[in-house]
Design a protein around this ligand. Structure first.
Ligand SMILES: [Ca+2]
Ligand SMILES: [Ca+2]
Ligand SMILES: [Ca+2]
Length: 494
């Protein structure tokens, strides 16, 4: 534990440490030229505030242009959580299992939206909790409506002297009640996912699922991903019933979470699937319970429903500490920083392993992926699923391009790009990486259109013999479980 703490502390300090700089306010804008010559950076032109290397400040003072100069300080972060001390914390075994026990969670940051059955805001954990945003009317009276309060408490129960403490106690917590009639309702869930996405990048927790695929639910999830949010979902609890495919967990670009036990194994009920990305504690999890259902206000519960919010809360914590990550990077980071268990490397039970917060806070920033989601024409064409579609890689007048991206058999199975094939020229695309590549016509009348050209040894070449240039699709699929690749596109007379 001590070692982990040191690693994380080092990262936080490194990211926050400025050079030895002073903040300087000039008397008049006429001093700007001097400040610039001194290597200064203009911060607020209206107020004539500059950042200047401390060694250069004396020179400015001698020139008589300095009104105020002060060493630049690190501002203390506000609302840092103290160590979790609420009475039920000793029962929260997951705290040590994910490395959270010895860390201080940040103050409010990236929001987490819980799309679930509603939040009991009269509960002692939530009554008066700051940064708790009710996105619609919350009802928690029906039998099935305890779930939303349970899930939300795993994320954000505050360190307030009662009950439990969530993984990110000061989180900005948004609650969307998707059970207007007492039971989780698909239309309401879709609406909640879209509402959350519209608010801007954040984490969205979906601790629900069903065996029937729903293209509209999939569209809502893709809308959220394109909007920059991270969607986290419970893998399902059907591991002992043959692990039928469950949605939204099985959709690409969804961070899917299975359940682990106190002994560091995958829980027997946790659904097995190639789309499982990681596991987190999901047995004997203390949660807040609506008072109407449980007078004590607390229960211990099992299920991937509670593993998912641990990951969602941890992801929002990491994102708050590392705000430069985009959602594709956060996605990779959360699963690749997990601690491997079971079969070596990725497996269908645990994905990449058990959630590990210190690792996620400290590990190397993964390369960003581009233009996701881009599995289907509707996701990349303007006026398809998204008004702007995705930008073509090449276009008339800009006939060459270079791109780095990745593919993943479960989470990112196809990359589809538009590119311009000029008339009477040869479009040549070279891919480096274990990918299968083909060129497809843009307008596809069948589900399996005849390719214009198929990649051989990493190269596709296609001569557009028509009298007009046209957009065509480059389609890439991974030849291995997960692939990094580069594309180089050129067009020439021959
Ligand atoms: Ca509490
Ligand atoms: Ca990709
Ligand atoms: Ca893709």
């Amino acid at each position: 534990m001590a070692r982990r703490l040191i690693i994380v502390t080092a990262v936080l300090l490194a990211s926050a440490a400025p050079g030895r700089a002073e903040l300087v306010q000039l008397k008049h804008a006429s001093g700007n030229a001097l400040a610039r010559r001194a290597g200064g950076t203009e911060l607020v032109p209206e107020l004539r505030i500059w950042r200047v290397d401390a060694a250069a400040v004396a020179r400015l003072r001698r020139a008589g242009v300095v009104a105020v100069a002060e060493p630049e300080r690190l501002l203390p972060r506000t609302a840092r959580s103290a160590a979790a001390t609420d009475p039920l914390v000793p029962t929260e075994w997951w705290r040590a299992a994910i490395g959270a026990a010895t860390l201080d969670a940040p103050g409010p940051g990236k929001p987490i939206t819980v799309v679930d059955s509603g939040l009991d805001i009269t509960h002692p954990e939530f009554a008066g909790r700051p940064n708790t945003i009710l996105m619609n009317k919350q009802t928690t009276t029906a039998d099935e409506e305890d779930h939303g309060t349970e899930v939300a408490s795993v994320i954000g129960a505050p360190n307030n002297g009662v009950g439990i403490v969530g993984v990110y106690p000061d989180a900005v917590l948004r609650a969307w009640d998707a059970s207007p009639f007492g039971i989780l309702n698909e239309g309401a869930a879709i609406q909640g996912i879209a509402e959350a996405a519209r608010e801007g990048p954040g984490v969205i927790n979906l601790s629900f699922g069903g065996e029937d695929a729903d293209p509209l639910l999939e569209d809502a999830v893709m809308f959220a991903f394109r909007s920059g949010s991270l969607v986290v979902a419970a893998a399902g609890n059907e591991g002992l019933e043959g692990s039928p495919k469950g949605y939204p967990a099985a959709y690409p670009h969804v961070l899917t979470v299975g359940a682990s036990t106190q002994s560091g194994r995958v829980a027997s009920f946790s659904t097995l699937a190639p789309t499982v990305d990681l596991v987190a504690p999901g047995v004997g999890i203390p949660v807040a319970e609506p008072l109407a259902q449980e007078p004590s206000g607390y229960l211990e519960v099992p299920g991937t429903s509670f593993s998912s919010p641990l990951v969602a809360g941890a992801a929002a914590w990491v994102w708050t500490e590392r705000p430069d990550l985009d959602n594709t990077q956060l996605f990779e980071l959360m699963r690749r920083s997990a601690v491997d268990i079971g079969a070596r490397g990725f497996d269908n039970a645990s994905g990449y392993g058990i959630l590990d917060l210190p690792n996620a806070l400290a590990s190397r920033t993964p390369r960003s992926d581009v233009q996701e989601p881009n599995e289907h024409p509707a996701e990349i064409e303007p006026h398809g699923l998204f008004p702007a579609g995705t930008a073509p890689l090449t276009r008339p007048g800009h006939l060459s391009a270079f791109l780095q991206a990745h593919l993943d058999r479960s989470e990112d199975p196809v990359d589809l790009y538009r590119t311009w094939a000029p008339a009477h020229e040869v479009l040549r695309i070279r891919a480096l990486g274990a990918v299968r590549m083909q060129l497809l016509p843009r307008f596809q009348r069948t589900r399996a259109p005849k390719p214009l050209a198929v990649g051989k040894r990493g190269v596709v070449a296609y001569r557009n013999a028509a009298s007009h240039g046209a957009y065509v699709y480059i389609e890439l699929r991974p030849a291995n479980r997960t692939v990094e690749y580069t594309l180089r596109i050129t067009a020439a007379r021959r």
